[in-house]
Design a protein around this ligand. Structure first.
Ligand code: CMX
Length: 443
């Protein structure tokens, strides 16, 4: 008989808590880092001030989920029969517990999702009341926020709850919400772009398979969805979406508020919206070329024109990574295997050759290599999802898995209200003056 997921998590939490308590009590004053003026003004790059055990991002190697690289994660998680990709449910089990699930463990998560998956009608009513040209991310985040009235955490907090129990209703909210996201996402898509022809959920299917079914797209789109949700799930805690979710939850806002806010952060063009921007940029190039494939020299010119007009090349660069993103590589492998002759994939492959040398020549970007967003739209486009405004919703469903797992652990380990300290420009100038005086004396 497989263990109940919440019971298993409870054991893990109880075993982990003394480690955090000991670090705080005995080593609380130990220094981890120093902060420079550049870090203070320049977006806090590389300041080590967040804790998560769910994933770790190495600048050279890329992401590891609970210690596993992407290829290792895909290899070890139980696969959906007849498909190449693992169950998304298994990935969530791994993120949450740190253990690789058995097929039975995956079934336990699938059953949890199944019994919580029904979306209340009022959510769809709110979506329908929004103007049709509302961005899909606005609709998606609104639907999540609407569901806040269901929050078990908010209800139990109002009843009076011991701090040590906070993780339990966060767990309930997380499973309740995650179970509904595929249906909400597919509903937004079909309502907006497929003449409002909604396809009902099929509870017999797994998370990714049911999403593909509700999108109305045949195989292998089920595997595409599983791959997509797994790759986008977590990228440690400092990225805008994860950090926003963590920050909002640190005020003891419940999981619905936090995930809705995390989606708002994801909707920025320097973050998750870059996947729509990549396709928009490529379509612009195709239009200018009259659908003729450009030569490398012509593509180089398009890239330079974009840079000279003061815009970024979407899908390239990263705040932490300094090599090609392994999430890009995993999707590229999928394309090479399944859609090698797709015309947009030809463009994306050409960009892989052309953009990095141009960015290096320009000399600004610290990382000239492609990130996850450079490769993801082409797969969606190939399988018929040509409405690229929708792509960030897919990223959002995936990211919610990782952020939810983090939020449960945040509450379990009692992570504090987040509240860094601001300085004024005059204070920075004073620090700079003193540092300058020291340097001058040294000379
Ligand atoms: N095209 C043009 N210029 C770029 C660039 C790109 N792809 N990547 C970085 N630069 C520029 C920056 O804009 C910055 O210019 P300024 O000095 O004029 O401000 C300079 O190079 C240094 O930036 P950096 O330290 O290398 O990168 P940051 O950590 O500041 O920013 C990121 C990281 C992702 C915002 C940036 O690389 C970028 O804008 N990329 C394009 C958008 C994108 O693909 N975002 C998705 C990232 C992945 C994700 O979160 O989903």
């Amino acid at each position: 008989m497989p263990q109940n997921l919440k019971e298993k998590l409870k054991e893990k939490i109880q075993a982990w808590r003394p480690r955090t308590t000991k670090l705080l009590k005995e080593f609380g004053n130990t220094k981890l880092d120093e902060v420079t003026i550049e870090q203070c003004i320049g977006g806090m790059r590389d300041i080590k001030c967040l804790v998560t055990d769910i994933s770790y991002l190495d600048p050279q190697e890329g992401i590891r989920f609970r210690g596993f690289t992407i290829p290792e994660t895909i290899e070890r998680l139980p696969k959906v029969p007849g498909g190449e990709m693992p169950y998304v449910e298994g990935l969530f089990y791994l993120l949450l517990t740190g253990d690789v699930p058995t097929a039975e463990d995956v079934n336990v998560v699938a059953e949890e999702f199944r019994k919580r998956s029904s979306v209340p009608k009022y959510v769809f009513d709110v979506l329908r009341a929004m103007p049709k040209d509302t961005h899909p991310m606005t609709m998606f985040a609104t639907a999540v926020l609407c569901l806040q009235r269901e929050s078990v955490f908010a209800r139990r907090y109002n009843e009076g709850m011991n701090k040590m129990d906070y993780w339990d209703p966060m767990y309930e909210d997380a499973l309740d919400l995650l179970a509904k996201l595929p249906e909400i996402g597919a509903y937004v898509y079909r309502m907006k772009y497929k003449n409002d022809k909604i396809i009902p959920s099929d509870p017999k299917l797994d998370f990714g398979g049911n999403f593909a079914h509700m999108m109305g797209i045949d195989k292998p789109y089920d595997d595409v969805s599983r791959l997509y949700f797994i790759l986008h799930s977590d990228h440690e805690s400092g990225n805008v979406s994860a950090h926003t979710g963590h920050l909002v939850a640190s005020a003891l806002s419940d999981l619905y508020y936090s995930i809705s806010a995390m989606l708002d952060g994801l909707a920025g063009p320097l973050h998750g919206l870059a996947n729509q921007e990549v396709l928009r940029w490529i379509m612009g190039v195709m239009q200018k070329m009259g659908n003729k494939t450009p030569t490398k020299e012509e593509m180089r010119k398009f890239v330079w024109d974009t840079l000279k007009s003061g815009q970024v090349i979407p899908g390239f660069g990263h705040a932490v990574l300094r090599k090609t993103d392994p999430r890009y590589a995993a999707q590229r492998d999928f394309c090479l295997k399944h859609i090698p002759d797709d015309p947009i994939f030809t463009y994306v492959s050409m960009l892989y050759e052309v953009v990095p040398p141009v960015l290096l020549e320009q000399g600004k970007a610290k990382n000239p290599w492609p990130n996850v967003d450079a490769q993801s739209g082409v797969i969606q486009w190939h399988y018929g999802v040509k409405e690229y405004d929708f792509y960030t919703v897919l990223f959002g469903i995936g990211r919610a898995l990782g952020v939810s797992a983090n939020l449960i652990w945040d509450r379990a380990l009692g992570y504090a209200l987040e509240r860094p300290k601001s300085l004024t420009t005059a204070m920075l100038e004073e620090v700079a003056k003193k540092a300058g005086a020291k340097t001058t004396v040294g000379v």
